[in-house]
Write a protein that binds this ligand. Structure first.
Ligand code: 23J
Ligand code: MN
Length: 266
């Protein structure tokens, strides 16, 4: 055993050769949440109430009480979130091996395609085309699907709700099957409110990313930000959910360690 890898990391952080990029949106009551068909239970947005702020309720201290869905804001999905993962061992956020939540990230940038098509579907062919350009996806990777949807937060287009449901990009079953079975990914992350497309309930199987990822014991990340600040490969993602007993997921701070972009001498 040697400390060299950690010393190299610390030296990189100290010199600025390694940057820390925040992939998290700010939790606040107006951050949009997923809207399911009305016959289903709904996701509760983030709520916050002040307990005291250096006043008669607490003269020297400031604090708040908060409540929210496990699936509000930038958040993590555990295998137990879906029926396909319900009987897997260690399938909740309190049980999953922490080794799983740190890993290499690859960023599949389909923002140009998505700009013209809110129902863009990521297929296996798209993933293979990305690999032809950037090399194979390494084992145990976080695969981050860049759509630039995070830039729509605060506009109706973020959730894209219409009479026939939500409209936002997402993968089909073939793409997720390929990533899980042939590339052994640890998880799939999106900028949208779900790992599935807005219309994913009409795909086969319904909500294929949820069904296949969680059935295979893999994870989801949603409502990610700043994917445009990551290289296609070479970043390390740290995504540790809260340790909620029997939790299906949780809001979290997602961080990426990124090789600094070379500075142009002035
Ligand atoms: C429940 C049902 C469908 C979906 C979701 C939750 C999510 O996207 C989620 O936040 O996990 S699509
Ligand atoms: Mn979720």
């Amino acid at each position: 055993m040697t400390a060299a890898p950690l010393e190299a990391l610390l030296a990189g952080l100290a010199s600025g050769e390694v940057e820390v990029v925040d992939l998290t949106h700010t939790l606040c009551p107006d951050f949009p949440v997923i809207v399911l068909p009305p016959e289903f239970g709904q996701c509760q947005p983030f709520r916050i109430e002040e307990v005291s702020r250096y006043d008669h309720r607490g003269p020297a201290w400031y604090w708040n009480n908060i409540s929210m869905s496990e699936h509000a804001g930038t958040h993590f999905d555990a295998p137990a979130h879906w029926i396909s993962g319900r009987h897997l061992p260690a399938n909740t956020v309190d049980q999953l091996p922490v080794r799983d939540v740190v890993g290499p990230a690859v960023v599949l940038d389909f923002s140009t395609e998505c700009a013209g098509d809110p129902d863009f579907v990521l297929t296996r062919a798209h993933v293979e085309a990305w690999e032809a350009a950037h090399g194979p996806i390494p084992p145990r990777a976080w695969v981050l699907f860049r759509t630039d949807w995070s830039k729509k937060v605060g506009t109706p287009d973020y959730v894209g709700l219409r009479e026939d449901g939500a409209h936002s990009p997402g993968p089909d079953a073939g793409a997720i099957e390929y990533l899980v079975r042939e590339r052994g990914i640890i998880g799939f992350g999106t900028e949208t409110v779900g790992t599935d497309a807005g219309q994913g309930g009409h795909f086969s199987p319904p909500y294929p990313a949820h069904f296949i990822l969680h059935g295979a014991g893999r994870y989801g990340l949603q409502c990610l930000a700043n994917l445009d600040r990551l290289p296609p490969r070479g970043a390390v993602v740290i995504a540790a959910p809260l340790k909620i007993r029997q939790g299906s997921g949780s809001p979290l701070r997602v961080l990426a360690l990124v090789p600094a972009s070379p500075q142009v001498p002035s």
